[in-house]
Each structure stands twice: as structure tokens, then as C-alpha cells.
Design a protein around this ligand. Structure first.
Ligand code: SF4
Length: 272
């Protein structure tokens, strides 16, 4: 893993993140060792390395916490997306604590914070997350099958650990969104939908794989598309699951689901 000194830790939001209502993005790392084969971040201009190397490298912004302490006033009460081109809870975060340090630096300035992750390590920071008055943690859980998860997200955390993290966050009274983005093949769609409904997420976001029309599509990896085709998971399967979900929940599709938490409101969820 490389370490660099960055010039800034908060960047003006662009693309669908900006359209969704965010003013800033924050990325403690570049690259992502979770190595999802469909990852859109690999195709963004920030990635100057070969596409086939995505998931095999990580750069830590070693001065991220110091920068955040100096610059967090810029994001006061504005919507911040953590993170847009990496995962803020990659394994090395356990020891480096860059994300944790940034959260601590932002706290006095109370941004409207969205934490987007696949990392159950997020529960380590519940003590800080609870102090944000406008916050949502989005956990990505795109399938119900570990074998499928391993095929598409070879180095990301097991699904059950993510569900457990969702429950811990919920029990702490935090607003939790579930991102099924992109929806990967499901072994038992009815049971998956029932589990989603039962955990009463603040937001559910779904997305189907499709041929990206822009370099910013969330599904641009050809290997991922080939794997999906091999498994014969079709758009009709996806639409059936979305229909099942819509019988009980409000469901947002793709980019429309990535919006900040409500301004300055406590979003305590029922924990019974
Ligand atoms: S966790 Fe997110 S940033 Fe990391 S590889 Fe997967 S989709 Fe990309």
C-alpha cells in the first residue's frame, strides 16, 4: 500500500452525486481492495492505473485527518458523500483510522453525512456516527448468495457480516439504507425481499446491470457482465424482485436513490 500527502480531503461533488444533492465528496483512500468486478470507480478519471489492476492497489492519504481538521469548516451543514471512489472501511482502515479521524474532525461542523460502504468495520465508529444530527449509513448488500458475492466481489466482506452490521447500526438508532446496487443473482428472491423488509431500512436503492451509456455507469466491468450472462440472471428477474419490494417499501432506482439525509433532523429508527 502506498501513502501520499494529499492537497485536499474534501472535493466538490460532480456527476450523479452532485445531481443527488451533495456538495462534497470525501475519499480517505484511492483505489479499493474490495475489488468488485462491476465497480464504476475503476473507470473514473481519478484511476490512472490499468483497469485490470483494479482491486489490487490502494493509496492512503496519510495526511487525511490533518487536512480534515483544517478544512472541515468548508463542509459545515452541507451534504458530504463518504466515499465516492473508494470504500471508507477497507480493511486497512482498521489500523490507519483515517475515516475515523475525518469523522471526528467533521463532527463540530455537522455536515449532512452519507456513509456509503460494504465494510462492517463501520460499526467501530458508531460512537462518532451517533453524534451527527443528519446522517445515513448506506450498506451495500447486492445478493443473498455467498458464492455469487465471491464471484463479483471477491475481496469484499461476507454478506452475513454486513447484515450484522446493519442490525448493530439500527440498534444504535442510526438511519441505515440498503443498496442492492447492482442487484446480483439471487438464490431466493422472496426470502431476500422479506429480509430487506424486516430490517426496515430508511432507504432501499436498487439497480440492474446494463450496458453503461456513459463512463460513469455503475456496471461497466465487462467481466462482471459476462459473469451475469453466464448465470442467466435477466432484467426480468431483476424487475420481479423490484416489484416484490415495491409491494411493501419505497424503492429508489439507481442514481435517484443517492440523496443526502434530511437536513438537521435526528433520524432515530425504531429498534424493536
Ligand atoms: S467497494 Fe465500492 S469502491 Fe470498492 S471496489 Fe466495490 S464498488 Fe468499487
Amino acid at each position: 500500500m502506498e501513502q501520499v500527502n494529499a492537497r485536499s480531503i474534501f472535493s466538490p461533488a460532480t456527476g450523479f452525486i452532485q445531481r443527488g444533492g451533495f456538495a462534497w465528496t470525501c475519499n480517505p483512500y484511492l483505489g479499493c481492495t474490495f475489488a468488485c468486478s462491476y465497480c464504476y470507480a475503476a473507470f473514473l478519471p481519478q484511476n490512472r492505473r490499468p483497469l485490470q489492476d483494479w482491486g489490487r492497489w490502494l493509496v492512503a492519504k496519510s495526511n487525511a485527518v490533518e487536512l480534515a481538521r483544517r478544512q472541515a469548516h468548508k463542509v459545515a451543514r452541507q451534504a458530504v458523500y463518504l466515499s465516492s471512489v473508494t470504500d471508507p472501511y477497507v480493511p486497512v482502515e482498521r489500523s490507519l483510522k483515517l475515516t475515523r479521524g475525518i469523522l471526528d474532525a467533521m463532527l463540530p461542523h455537522q455536515p449532512r453525512l452519507l456513509v456509503q460502504t460494504r465494510g462492517p468495520l463501520v460499526v467501530r465508529d458508531v460512537d462518532l456516527l451517533r453524534q451527527f444530527r443528519s446522517l445515513r449509513v448506506n450498506m451495500s448488500i447486492p445478493t443473498d448468495e455467498e458464492e455469487v458475492r465471491c464471484a463479483f466481489e471477491p475481496k469484499a466482506p461476507p454478506l452475513e457480516r454486513r447484515w450484522a452490521a446493519v442490525e448493530t447500526l439500527r440498534q444504535a438508532g442510526l438511519a441505515v439504507g440498503i443498496c442492492v446496487t447492482p442487484m446480483l443473482p439471487l438464490r431466493d428472491p422472496e426470502a431476500f425481499v422479506a429480509r430487506l423488509v424486516a430490517c426496515r431500512p430508511a432507504v432501499v436503492v436498487v439497480q440492474h446491470f446494463h450496458q453503461a451509456r456513459t463512463p460513469f455507469g455503475a456496471d461497466t466491468g465487462p467481466a462482471a457482465r459476462q459473469e451475469l450472462a453466464r448465470r442467466q440472471w435477466s432484467e426480468a428477474d431483476y424487475l420481479r424482485c423490484v416489484e416484490l419490494l415495491r409491494r411493501t417499501l419505497t424503492v429508489y432506482e439507481a442514481e435517484e436513490g443517492f440523496f443526502p439525509p434530511p437536513s438537521e433532523s435526528l433520524q432515530l429508527m425504531s429498534t424493536d
